[in-house]
Design a protein around this ligand. Structure first.
Ligand code: TRP
Ligand code: ZN
Length: 865
């Protein structure tokens, strides 16, 4: 049984690594020679043995200080290699077996080539090493392989030498920037290369290269454009330039996550590289730009400055997500970026933070670090950086970031180092934001507004409370920046003067709620205003306000802050659902609410992308958070009924707007047009609009239009749906990424016998359990995107998913553990669902030989606290 690692137990590395030279020979078997130059660490005396991380290797030879050891002079147990203490050097020769590697960590095969994934602890599966992020060294890598099979040989940094020896060839790469092993990468494959170039602000030329499977060269343009945009953006917004002569992106089809920021050699899930208008949706285009930017931004936030240990993961991930979110908001179509980011945060992170897997942005212990690449570390981590940035203001934040880069370039640091650097120059003490890093759970912020007509004051009283989370029964107040305005009856923001101020100070303020109860009193308020709170979603909290439906509709119509408008719309739906859930009489959207949504739809001046977001129902997963414990089946059914109600009430308007947008060919128009079609295809109306939907499918000029139409048809089933599916399949049968969409749509469809269809999908020749994208498109899409069948009252959906997880446990523990997370929410359900779901957790936990990934997730999901 493994013991947990703890933040509190951190000790510095035992010695210093001066350099590493790695030689990898690809042949029948793969042999790796690692040559480490070591030196004592100042202030630390030598030990008798050195323990290197070394997983699943066949150790062939070990030499210390130039002397080859006999096998009894070292010990290897499959996880660690123990050797005599070295003075100057260690040399190991090992054999590895990448062809059997289905975990996709370390060196793995894909499409006839070999690729690596080393974060977090994959490097130890390649060569014995001090595989920890605070050990930095310059890398030199020599690759030898067959010329025909592996014409492309890549590693980090610059290629300094190549050679040919008969049928084989070799290449030597040098990365001058010391880095931790998790940023190491190599590629040996037969790939096409699309080249581009970028000239940095200081005039240096950088060669850009995108490596993809042959035949896909025409799908790299958007990724390369996004890369150049990101490079420029980081120069303009942070003064950061790229530092090597070459930047490479390699697309692979089998990958556990989105992409990896290896120094100078990013490896990407092909999903986040390849795009053409007929194969990728507008959303895909956005995701590609944001992932490309994310990995690029890591070059400074993650690579040049890295993490001391894996507990500091959010130091690089939260900060880099914040940076990529800001980048995306600056791109075309970026107006709704913040809304989408917040929707995602609420659907995923808020749920995580409310359940048994809740953990702080900086966790204090873990069994398997792969389990902590979570919405909390990434998305909530980004929110914490955003709060500090907003508290400082743009100029001071930029100075703080400059200070951080100056002070810590080339180092492996902690969250405290970051927070300290940020606040240094402005003299602002940000240290109470460290509570956000330590404390799990989403704070509830209750607010009450009281108007005093006699004194013409308006008082906002905020009460914050963070519910207990596992291992943290008692919580402290956190600093909560609330960006706010007060709107008058015509929707205009009032000038804001707080008691004690001698004059008004703007129409929008950021006030920081620090205590359990905090009051702000505004002067010169003649009539009760409508508060516009948490503008831009200025803090990741649950806001419980005392607004009426009329207030919310006032915000929806008039607020200038798109986020507040969206929140108001979401609250209108949630309130209607609340009524429907608790009353037996048929409840629904009030006439005023319907009129409110109609005004959004009718507003010709409104950005259609924003209109599409304002007209979106809350995600099912967001609702669970608001209604737990709930009957999932009933919740989703009522949600669909409300959709139908708004569809019916505004039928002619949806149809008219749909028709009016038909002539336009831009992402904004497509977004709103697809929203209209979604309402027209709501239950009850859909019979009348199937033909329209099928026409959109047949005549679509883009994947965005085709896919939405297909999804809506398939959701209802029938002749049209089957023939559209067949047509889509035939058209895209040879396009692996597009097939993922075809799989996903069917996995999420409400119509028909879901489990039989899922089994058929898994029997499709393109389906592989060893390809995470396919597993996510079928198993993940079903578990997260098909609530009616996943939560089938007989528990069959749960059992089906658990069976798939069981099949994945030994193939890919990282993916299996992630999927198992869908069962963590069992306490949010009412019986019998809750017991049926829990039973599957118990079943999985009883499987023999579980890896730590699953022991940790299942253990927490079933724990009593
Ligand atoms: N560091 C990567 C990112 O956020 C993500 C990552 C972590 C990853 N572990 C991984 C990617 C394993 C692939 C496989 O950009
Ligand atoms: Zn990242």
């Amino acid at each position: 049984m493994q013991t947990p690692k703890r933040l509190a137990d951190y000790t510095p590395p035992p010695l210093e690594l001066r350099s590493i030279h790695l030689t990898i020979r690809f042949a029948e078997q793969v042999e790796v020679i690692g040559e480490l130059a070591v030196a004592p660490r100042p202030g630390r005396s030598p030990d008798s043995v050195l323990v290197l991380d070394a997983e699943d290797l066949e150790v062939l030879e070990v030499a210390v200080d130039g002397r080859v050891l006999s096998p009894q002079d070292y010990r290897y147990d499959g996880a660690h290699l123990e050797i005599p203490w070295p003075e100057t050097s260690v040399r190991t020769r090992v054999r590895i077996d990448p062809d059997r590697n289905t975990r996709l960590e370390g060196l793995f095969p894909c499409g006839g080539g070999y690729f690596t994934q080393c974060e977090a602890e994959g490097f130890r599966r390649i060569t014995p090493y001090l595989d920890r992020p605070d050990v930095l060294a310059p890398f030199e890598v020599t690759l030898h392989a067959d010329r025909q099979r592996f014409p492309i040989l890549l590693a980090n940094g610059n290629c300094v030498e190549t050679g040919i020896e008969g049928d084989r060839h070799w290449a030597r790469w040098v990365d001058p920037y010391p880095k931790p092993a998790y940023l190491f990468a190599v590629v040996a494959a037969d790939l096409a290369c699309v080249e581009d170039r970028f000239v940095t602000a200081s005039g240096r030329e950088v060669a850009l290269a995108c490596y993809v499977a042959h035949g896909l060269e025409d799908r790299c343009g958007h990724a390369l454009d996004s890369l150049k945009a990101a490079m420029r953006w980081d120069e303009e917004n942070y003064g950061r330039e790229y530092d090597l002569d070459r930047y490479m992106i390699v697309a692979v089809s089998d990958f556990n996550m989105g992409a990896m920021e290896n120094k100078g050699l990013n490896i990407f899930n092909s999903q986040f590289v390849l795009a053409r208008p007929d194969t990728a949706t507008d959303d895909d285009y956005h995701h590609i730009a944001s992932v490309v930017a994310h990995e690029y931004f890591h070059n400074w936030t993650g690579n040049r400055i890295t993490c001391r240990d894996w507990f500091q993961l959010s130091l690089k991930e939260g900060l880099t997500v914040f940076r990529d979110q800001c980048f995306s908001a600056d791109q075309p179509g970026g107006a709704v970026q913040r809304i989408r980011d917040v929707a995602r945060l609420k659907a995923m992170q808020f749920r995580e933070d409310a359940g048994p897997l809740a953990h702080p942005v900086r966790p204090e212990s873990y069994l398997e670090i792969n389990n902590f690449y979570t919405a909390t570390v990434y998305e909530k981590g980004a929110e914490v950086v955003r709060m500090m940035a907003n508290t400082l203001g743009p100029a001071a934040f930029r100075r703080g970031m400059d200070r951080y880069f100056d002070r810590h370039d080339g180092q492996a640091v902690t969250v405290e180092d970051f927070v300290d650097a940020l606040g240094t120059d402005s003299g602002q003490d940000l240290s109470d934001f460290l509570i956000w890093y330590r404390q799990a759970g989403t704070p509830r912020l209750a607010v009450r507004g009281v108007h005093d007509p006699a004194n013409r004051t308006y008082t906002l009283e905020f009460c914050q409370h963070t519910p207990p989370t596992p291992g943290q029964p008692d919580k402290q107040p956190v600093p909560i920046p609330v960006r706010l305005a007060l709107l008058d009856a015509s929707g205009e923001p009032l000038p804001l003067r707080l008691s004690g101020e001698d004059r008004a100070n703007g129409h929008e303020r950021v006030l920081v709620v620090r205590e359990a109860t905090t009051r702000f009193c505004f002067e010169d308020v003649a009539v009760p205003p409508v508060p516009s709170l948490l503008r831009g979603f200025s803090a990741p909290v649950h806001l419980a306000d005392d607004l009426t439906l009329a207030d919310r509709l006032h915000l929806l119509r008039h607020d200038r802050d798109p986020m507040v408008r969206w929140q108001a719309a979401q609250q209108v739906w949630i309130a209607a659902l609340q009524q429907a859930m608790t009353s037996t009489a048929s409840a629904g959207l009030a006439p005023a609410a319907i009129a409110g949504f109609a005004s959004v739809l009718d507003d010709a001046a409104l950005d259609p992308t924003l209109a599409a977001e304002l007209l979106a129902l809350p995600a099912y997963e967001t609702l669970l958070d608001a209604f737990a414990p709930a009957d999932p089946y009933r919740l989703e059914s009522l949600r669909q009924q409300l959709r139908s109600q708004l569809a019916r009430e505004l039928e002619s308007r949806w149809a008219a707007r749909y028709a009016a947008l038909a002539g336009r060919d831009d992402p904004a128009a497509r977004a709103l047009r697809n929203r209209c079609l979604q309402f027209l295809m709501a239950d009850g109306l859909e019979v009348s609009y199937r033909g329209l939907c099928r026409r959109q499918f047949d005549e679509a000029g883009t994947m965005t239009e085709r896919l939405t139409a297909l999804a809506l048809l398939v959701d209802h089933g029938g002749e049209d749906a089957e023939s559209a599916l067949a047509a889509f399949h035939e058209r895209h049968a040879h396009d692996d990424l597009v097939l993922d969409k075809w799989f996903r749509i069917q996995a999420q469809a409400r119509h028909g016998a879901a489990l039989a269809r899922l089994d058929a999908l898994m029997a499709h020749p393109a389906f592989r359990l060893t390809q995470p994208n396919k597993v996510r498109a079928v198993v993940g899409a079903f578990a997260h995107g098909n609530p009616l069948h996943f939560h089938a009252p007989d528990g069959s959906g749960y059992a089906w998913v658990a069976d798939r997880i069981a099949a994945l446990v030994s193939l890919n523990p990282q993916l299996a553990a992630r999927l198992a997370g869908v069962f963590a929410g069992w306490r949010d359900l009412t019986p019998p669902s809750r017991d049926l779901m829990r039973a599957q957790l118990v079943r999985l936990a009883d499987l023999p030989g579980l890896p730590p990934d699953l022991i940790e997730v299942l253990g927490k999901a079933l724990a009593d606290n």
